[in-house]
Design a binder for this molecule. Structure first.
Ligand code: MSP
Length: 522
């Protein structure tokens, strides 16, 4: 039986349009899902929208609409944006979907019946931005540091999930499964959060009285309350793959990989494993936590007006170039700084000068010296062997990085072959050899080697840059290749079809002039 790969993004709040931050996580999930499918696994990619909670009510008040209208409006926009950008999710889940509501209610009942919920009076500081109670330690100068606003003091009778009694188990689980939460820095952060929270008892308020908030899923055991938005939202990861009855559920769940930004570490690393245990399910396989994108060294915020739109980027640079930049420039787990200058520099150096150049030089020469067809190679020498060795190491090296969610390193590795092929061309100088007596065979070998390096590059690049990869394969006459490709076999040396007709085409990535980009703004 083939392996499974289940990847999720956070489900996004319906309080604005997708920006750079959402786009990053979504592109990352798309790339991983495509990679695992290419590796022959059954992959399932879930994304969606988080529609309940007070934030939705705030937006509804601003827009003078009902929360349902707001939810419909933004859920549609998110979907349309991902569709426009070629994001290939398997399901777009909305927390207002009927199946999700039913699953949340049945889970609430199970957890309640299991004795994990109690009813009591509570007073605390609530941040609507985070949609959760904060502790004094979370605050900076009395304000929520993420939302720069003071939390409200709230006191009311509510239902609490007794998650604190699971902290000992959870700490031990995290200690003994070192890559459960990765990279390491977040695992350590969670372990110290758990120590701190243990002292506070660790109860999680999971209800809101309808008198204050009636936009949510009703508690099955008390119609006066709705379910707290995070409790409802996390369960999307189960509903999305057909919990509890779908026959595929167990296998997919056992392979669950959550992708999140560091802002929502606590709900995913603490609430969620405790909830799963109370439900009677195993924890997810990995929590993969990425850092934050800043824009021109500042936090992304509505008020600063620096919420880079993926549609603008698509229009200005082409989505594949933007996608490449996001995946290549962020070291997984660490914050990154978005500037248009670094974006353009990255496109020019890697895509235009390096990859694009290899494609156009190779195909120009195939046209000039081999009638436009992939040539039959002659005997090979040390220089060919060097390129073959670099290519030979790629599938395993890329696989290792992808299984650790390090796309930036996987791309760096793949571009090692592009570099090697460009260097090889410089050393073989087929444009000179072609003029020498009897040089034809050497030229054919050189061009075959470059075409084959391009084929392997394109296959390995296809999860990252699906359109570019397809275009390269088409130009080197191997257009059907991606449909049946499977790693690692398809990336092994020697798979190119000799004699296939190639097409030169326009430059894949025209160089962008840095001077002109500032004018239109992002
Ligand atoms: N609705 C919750 C998630 C519930 S999941 C069960 C939520 N939504 S959100 O719309 O605020 O999206 C948060 C996610 O968007 C982050 O975890 C991250 O994936 C992405 N990003 C939002 N801003 C970001 C940056 N500036 N940089 C990188 N990613 C960030 O939280």
């Amino acid at each position: 039986m083939s392996e499974n790969f289940y990847v999720t993004t956070p489900i996004y709040y319906i309080n604005g349009e997708p920006h750079l931050g959402h786009t990053y996580t979504t592109v990352l999930a798309d790339t991983l899902a495509r990679y695992h499918a290419l590796a022959g696994e059954r992959s399932f990619f879930l994304t969606g929208s988080d529609e309940h909670g007070e934030k939705a009510l705030e937006v509804a008040a601003e827009r003078q609409e009902t929360p349902q209208q707001v939810a419909d409006h933004y859920a549609k926009i998110f979907r349309e944006v991902w569709d426009t950008l070629g994001i290939r999710y398997d399901r777009f889940i909305r927390t207002t979907d009927a199946d999700h509501k039913a699953v949340v209610q049945s889970i609430l009942q199970t957890v309640y019946d299991g004795g994990h919920i109690e009813f009591k009076e509570y007073e605390g500081l609530y941040c609507v931005g985070c949609e959760r109670f904060l502790t004094d330690r979370d605050l900076e100068d009395g304000l929520c540091p993420d939302h720069e606003r003071a939390p409200e003091k709230r006191s009311e009778a509510n239902y609490f999930f007794k998650m604190g009694k699971q902290f000992a188990w959870l700490s031990e689980f995290i200690e003994t499964n070192p890559d459960f939460i990765r990279p390491d820095r977040y695992r350590n952060e969670v372990l110290s959060m758990l120590k701190e929270e243990s002292g506070l008892g660790g109860d999680l308020c999971i209800s809101r009285p309808k008198t204050r908030l009636d936009w949510g899923i009703e508690l099955p055991f008390d119609e006066g309350y709705v379910c707290y938005v995070w409790f409802d939202a996390l369960i999307n990861y189960l509903t999305g793959i057909g919990y509890p009855d779908d026959p595929d559920f167990p296998a997919l769940w056992a392979s669950a990989e959550h992708l999140i930004g560091k802002d929502i570490l606590k709900p995913h690393a603490i609430f969620w494993p405790c909830m799963l245990r109370a439900i009677g399910l195993e924890p997810y396989r990995h929590l993969n936590v990425h850092g934050y994108w800043n824009v021109d060294s500042r936090k992304i915020s509505k008020s600063l007006g620096n919420r880079i739109s993926p549609l603008d980027m698509n229009e200005k640079y082409g989505f594949e170039s933007f996608r490449y930049y996001l995946l290549r420039d962020m070291s997984f787990g660490i914050d990154s700084n978005f500037t248009e200058e670094s974006l353009v520099t990255r496109i020019n150096s890697d895509l235009a000068n390096n990859l694009g150049n290899l494609v156009s030089r190779t195909l120009n020469m195939v046209k000039r010296f081999a009638e436009g067809n992939v040539p039959e190679p002659g005997p090979i020498g040390d220089l060919e062997r060097e390129v073959m060795e670099v290519a030979g190491r790629l599938p395993e090296a890329v696989d290792r990085e992808m299984r650790a969610t390090r796309c930036h390193r996987a791309l760096e590795t793949i571009f090692g072959l592009v570099d090697a092929a460009n260097r090889y061309l410089e050393r073989r100088e087929p444009w000179k050899v072609a003029k020498q007596e009897g040089g034809e065979e050497s030229v054919r070998t050189t061009l075959y080697t470059c075409c084959e390096a391009l084929r392997i590059t394109a296959i390995l690049l296809s999860p990252f840059l699906p359109l570019t990869a397809a275009e390269i394969l088409e130009r080197i006459g191997q257009s059907g290749e991606l449909e049946s490709a499977q790693l690692p076999q398809s990336a092994q040396w020697g798979g190119i079809q000799v004699g296939a007709a190639t097409q030169k085409g326009d430059p894949l990535f025209p160089r962008i002039d840095l001077e002109t980009i500032g004018e239109s703004g992002a």
